[in-house]
Design a binder for this molecule. Structure first.
Ligand code: ATP
Ligand code: MG
Length: 283
């Protein structure tokens, strides 16, 4: 049976549980226990602090885990990154007090940088031939410059609001992160088979997030043109309407192309266009 480690509480907990729920997997009982047996899949769920997930997976205490790529990179444990999950996006950046005359990264030479990500920072400094002092602190990194503990910080940014509140400005975006699924290298054949099943479900969910189901009424005379505009998954579905001059066209469109395609379809007479959210695409 697969054991999956997820964050016990914090920013990734809810979305990790929601993703599993979309895949038909739920925790059997109250989720404040360390381990619970899942319903809907042969799996046990292990609730850990996110810092501990890379090591738990590297050691095989858990077979797989959902954690931020930032923690995976920082901890440097030997795990396989098997899938990017599309939530928990953030970046780790260098920020300096607003009034500092920072023009380029050479300003960092000889400065003290406070961070909870010393390994990622050290790699960045080395790669850019910079010589700064790394001050590792566990939390509240953003107050370090104001209290005189550091000249700059290296910390997680998502909207940038916290930096502004603390009089800081982001000057270097160093690392981009999102939640990822990681696995113990060399899982047994049985576990690999279960992991493949899980990934099949997750892929169909993630793929559906990028797609919209679109229905519209179309003059029959515009059908050939519409098919050229919309290649669809195989081909669009066309249903008759009681008015013989019109038909109903159903198609799945990637979110990124949605508005451009809708404008083109409107241009050839499409009307009453409905755009629906998809839950799964099973191929
Ligand atoms: P734990 O108690 O599990 O150690 P934590 O306090 O270290 O939790 P959280 O703040 O819950 O961690 O963040 C978990 C992860 O969420 C981060 O490592 C990162 O991958 C992701 N994340 C996304 N946006 C943000 C953000 N704005 N601030 C912090 N983390 C974020
Ligand atoms: Mg943590």
């Amino acid at each position: 049976m697969l054991k999956i480690a997820i964050q016990a509480k914090g920013r990734l907990n809810e979305q990790s549980m929601a993703l599993l729920a979309d895949a038909g997997i739920s925790a059997a009982s109250g989720n404040r226990k360390l381990i619970s047996k899942a319903k809907g899949f042969p799996m046990e769920i292990l609730y850990l602090r996110d810092d501990d997930i890379p090591q738990a997976v590297a050691m095989g205490v858990a077979d797989i885990g959902i954690v931020g790529l930032n923690e995976v990179a920082e901890k440097g444990q030997a795990v396989d990154r098997v899938m990017d999950l599309g939530f928990g996006a953030c970046r780790i950046s260098i920020a300096v007090p607003r009034e500092v005359p920072y023009t380029d990264s050479s300003w960092l030479n000889g400065r003290r940088i406070a961070t909870s990500y010393p390994n990622i920072l050290a790699a960045y400094l080395k790669e850019n031939n910079l010589d700064a002092e790394i001050h590792e602190i566990a939390g509240s990194v953003e107050i370090a410059p104001a209290v005189g503990m550091a000249d700059a910080i290296f910390d997680i940014v998502s909207s940038g609001g916290t930096l502004i509140q603390n009089g800081l400005r982001e000057v270097e975006q160093v690392f981009s992160s999102e939640a990822v699924l990681i696995a113990t290298p060399g899982l047994s054949e049985d576990k690999c088979a279960d992991l493949d099943k899980l990934m099949f479900r997750l892929n169909s969910i993630l793929e559906s997030h990028d797609m919209k189901y679109v229905l519209m009424n179309l003059p029959r005379t515009s059908l050939d043109e519409a098919i050229r505009i919309l290649p669809g998954m195989k081909s669009p579905t066309i249903l008759p309407l009681t008015d013989d001059d019109w038909c109903s066209l159903h198609v799945v469109i990637p979110q990124s192309e949605l508005w451009e395609k809708i404008e083109q379809l409107k241009g050839i007479g499409a009307s009453d266009i409905l755009v629906l959210t998809l839950e799964n695409i099973i191929r």
